[in-house]
Ligand binder design. Structure first.
Ligand SMILES: NC(=O)c1ccc[n+]([C@@H]2O[C@H](COP(=O)([O-])OP(=O)(O)OC[C@H]3O[C@@H](n4cnc5c(N)ncnc54)[C@H](OP(=O)(O)O)[C@@H]3O)[C@@H](O)[C@H]2O)c1
Length: 260
C-alpha cells in the first residue's frame, strides 16, 4: 500500500521540493498553502509526471477554523496520513526589538507556532488511531542560536524545538516518531517574503556563498522518513559548507562575516 505524506506550505521552497521527491518515490501526496493556483499547477504536474494521487488543501494555517475544516474534509478523501511535515512558516522583517513591527511578530507567531499546533492537533489523533506516524517539524538554525535582529523569528523556531521535544514524549506510547530538521540558509522565497518583495536585498543574503537548496532539505526529510521503523532521528541541523550556525558564515574566502 502506498504511504501518504501531508506537507504544509508546499506552494514553494522546501515544501514543494519535498512533495516532488516523495511523489517521485511513489507516495500519495497532500499539499497545503494559501495560493490555490500554485497548488493546482503542482497537483497537475505531479500527477502527470509520477501518476501519483495528489490532494490539495487551500487554507491559511493561522486560521484555526480553516485548519479544522480542511482536515475534516480530508478525512473523507484520505484513509491515513503516514507523515506530516510541518513546514509552512515565514520570517517577516528583521528589526531590533524596540523598533519591530508588531504585525510582523503576530504573523510569525501565528504561522510558525500556532499554525503548527493547529494542524498537529488535528493530525496527531489520526496517527494515534493508526498506531503509527511520523511528524517532521521544520525548525531552523535560528531555533538553536539567536542572532541580532532575529528576536521574534528566533523565538518561534526555539518554540518549534521545544514543541518537537515535548511532542516526542507525548506521542511515545503511540509509536509516532517526531523529528526536528533545522536548516541554515537556503535559497527559496524565504528572504523575498522576509524583506517584503525587495529582490535585491533578498538576493544579497546569498551572494558570495553557496546556500542550501530546497532539494537539499527534501533529501534530508526523505532520509529521516525512510529509516527502519525502530529508528527515529530526533533532531538534525544542517547548514551549507559556508555557514557554521545562525550567526557565522563565510562569504568571500577567509573573511568571516555575520550571516544576518
Ligand atoms: N529558507 C531558509 O533559509 C530557511 C531556513 C531555515 C528554516 N526555514 C523554514 O522552512 C520553512 C519553509 O520555508 P521556505 O524557505 O521553503 O520558504 P518559502 O519558499 O517562502 O515557502 C513557505 C511556504 O509556507 C507557506 N505559508 C506561509 N504562510 C502561510 C500561511 N499563513 N498559511 C499557509 N501556508 C503558509 C507558503 O505558502 P502560501 O504563501 O501559498 O500560503 C509557502 O508554501 C519555514 O518554516 C521557514 O521558517 C527556512
Amino acid at each position: 500500500m502506498s504511504r501518504t505524506i501531508l506537507v504544509t506550505g508546499a506552494t514553494s521552497g522546501f515544501g514543494k521540493a519535498i512533495a516532488y521527491l516523495f511523489a517521485q518515490n511513489g507516495y500519495n501526496i497532500i499539499i497545503t498553502g494559501r495560493r490555490q493556483e500554485r497548488l493546482d499547477a503542482i497537483k497537475a504536474d505531479l500527477q502527470q509526471q509520477f501518476k501519483t494521487q495528489v490532494i490539495t488543501l487551500c487554507f491559511d494555517i493561522r486560521n484555526r477554523q480553516q485548519v479544522e475544516t480542511a482536515i475534516a474534509d480530508l478525512k473523507q478523501q484520505a484513509s491515513r496520513i503516514d507523515i506530516l511535515v510541518n513546514n509552512a512558516g515565514l520570517a517577516a522583517g528583521m528589526s531590533s526589538i524596540e523598533e519591530g513591527s508588531v504585525d510582523d511578530w503576530e504573523a510569525m507567531i501565528d504561522t510558525n507556532i500556532k499554525g503548527l499546533l493547529y494542524i498537529t492537533r488535528q493530525v496527531a489523533p489520526l496517527m494515534k488511531a493508526q498506531g503509527s506516524g511520523h511528524i517532521i517539524n521544520i525548525g531552523s538554525t535560528a531555533g538553536k542560536t539567536a542572532y541580532k535582529n532575529g528576536n521574534v523569528y528566533c523565538a518561534t523556531k526555539f518554540a518549534v524545538d521545544a514543541l518537537t521535544q515535548s511532542m516526542r514524549i507525548d506521542l511515545l506510547p503511540y509509536s509516532i516518531k517526531v523529528t526536528a530538521i533545522n536548516p541554515g540558509m537556503a535559497e527559496t522565497e524565504f528572504s523575498l517574503v522576509r524583506f517584503k518583495g525587495d529582490e535585491a536585498r533578498a538576493k544579497g543574503i546569498y551572494e558570495g556563498l553557496q546556500p542550501l537548496s530546497a532539494e537539499d532539505i527534501a533529501n534530508v526529510v526523505y532520509y529521516c522518513a525512510t529509516l527502519p521503523p525502530h529508528v527515529c532521528i530526533n533532531d538534525l541541523t544542517l547548514t551549507c559548507l559556508n555557514q557554521a550556525n545562525a550567526i557565522y558564515s563565510m562569504k568571500d574566502a577567509d573573511k568571516p562575516i555575520l550571516t544576518k
